[in-house]
Design a protein around this ligand. Sequence first.
Ligand code: SF4
Ligand code: SF4
Length: 336
Amino acid sequence: MSLTQARTVGFKSGERNIFFHVLTACNLSCRHCYINPEQHGSSTVSRETLEKWLELFQDKHRESNVIFLGGEPTMHPELPHVIRYAKKLGYSSVTVDTNGYLFHDFLDKVAPSDLDFLSFSLDGPNPEVNDPLRGDGVFDTCTKNLQTAVTRGFNVSLIYTVSRYNIEHLHKMVPLLAQWGVKRFFIQVIGIRGKTAINGADNWQLTPEEWLEKIPKVAADAATHGITAIFPKVFLEPEGKFECAGRVAENYFIFPNGRVYQCPLCEDYPVNVFRIEENRLIKNTGFTEGKFFSLDIPEGCVINKMLQPDNLRYDTDGKPLYKISCCLLKQEITPI
Ligand code: SF4
Ligand code: SF4
């Protein structure tokens, strides 16, 4: 058996992460889609604006990483151009998160050296599990394109969003990922956002027991197969150290309508702390997500308590049995 090493990652001081939604349009209609056009707009960011906004968020004095997402970012015909533009500006890493359809001959228009990671989303080890969640035929298309990307020399990672509908099948992903040559395995917890929030959240959400029993084991197994596994910590001991990324880190979630959030849990609400106007970043006044970041509560994440309190438990004295960690705090298990 190979050796593995676990560490907590998530906030690196002095690092800046830009999650850039270049459009909200998508060819799929996943049952748990978090995109909310009412809040995020339905426009596509133009080539010129993409360049300007990349310039706006790049900081030459600190490590800056950009993740292009959507909607489906490869539907944007200028994506290959902006990937190279981001590299030219000096972004430390450039990642694309795709649903696997790779429009506009994406793999022919970018070179493996242009991209640090190409991340595919898949929510099951076979069409029977994946396709009811993501759409008919998605498993076959996504896995075929994923393997083509590996063959062409791209660093490929995979994102699996765990919910009640697919947790039992998560462990079957590990041998597949090893066979396909995937290097990183992101295990995400389902967020009660977008469609999930209006589609019976209780049917999706996992209990602490389910999460703690299954996820760390699968991640450790992935690492023994030579794959780095990353998953959110979610639950912290009552005395564990809690930090809010909104307070200590620099994460920007940018949407085509110019809204810029610092906390992804807030994206269903018009409480974004920043907005972009005429290519300038402006801090919003009034009631914004920023107001919550500095509140200290025994349950940990304030926004979690407001939006999804069902995942909290208390003892008979009313003390929380655990804290909910920041959704951006991750555990990483690497092969050594
Ligand atoms: S691929 Fe992503 S953006 Fe498209 S429908 Fe699915 S979750 Fe939503
Ligand atoms: S998820 Fe909670 S802890 Fe993390 S940034 Fe948002 S409010 Fe802060």
